[in-house]
Design a protein around this ligand. Structure first.
Ligand SMILES: [Zn+2]
Ligand SMILES: [Zn+2]
Length: 170
């Protein structure tokens, strides 16, 4: 259930509607395209509610995004769970224009909950993931994973003053 029937709220029969659903990002969808090096093979779980608060409506949702990818520095596999919670104002297409990004728009008395959820995932999902904050990455010469220890290559970060000294001594 990703399109929420808003009739109970629009008609005033109810002040609050809850929803929960899970989904897999579409293979050629926006998320899979933008995060092409991320594997979203576990379902994304969404729970939340829509509330009518004396004339203005909000959507509140919590999203759990399990993911598998590889470290942007050392290429080791990394998996994690992105936890998001967000709120967004809701309006009918009579009240605001459809390209107003500040609102989630109700169309035909239905609210597409998936759309704002996907947008929020794109806002909060980092474009690069590291296995740990201080990952040392791979040696650019021999390819050794420097988290496992130093390699015997000459370090590429040579102090420029030392480099001048070296040439002078030759
Ligand atoms: Zn790493
Ligand atoms: Zn090396």
């Amino acid at each position: 259930m990703m399109k929420l029937d808003m009739l109970p709220i629009l008609s005033g029969a109810s002040d609050e509607l809850h929803f929960d659903f899970s989904f897999l990002p579409e293979k050629d969808g926006l998320i899979a395209t933008v995060y092409s090096d991320v594997d979203f093979s576990d379902e994304i779980v969404v729970t939340g509610y829509v509330k009518n608060m004396a004339g203005y409506m909000v959507l509140s949702a919590e999203v759990r995004v399990p993911y598998n990818t590889m470290c942007a520095r050392c290429a080791e596999p990394v998996s994690g769970v992105l936890e998001i919670s967000f709120e967004k104002d809701i309006a009918t297409s009579d009240d605001v224009s459809e390209d107003n990004d500040d609102y989630v728009i109700i169309e035909d008395k239905k609210l597409d909950v998936l759309l704002p959820v996907e947008e929020q995932i794109m806002l909060e999902m980092p474009s690069k993931t590291l296995c740990k904050e201080d990952c040392r990455g791979l040696c650019c010469k021999c390819g050794k994973n420097l988290n496992e220890g130093d390699c015997s290559c000459e370090k590429h970060e040579v102090d420029p003053r030392l480099a001048i000294l070296k040439t002078l001594l030759k």
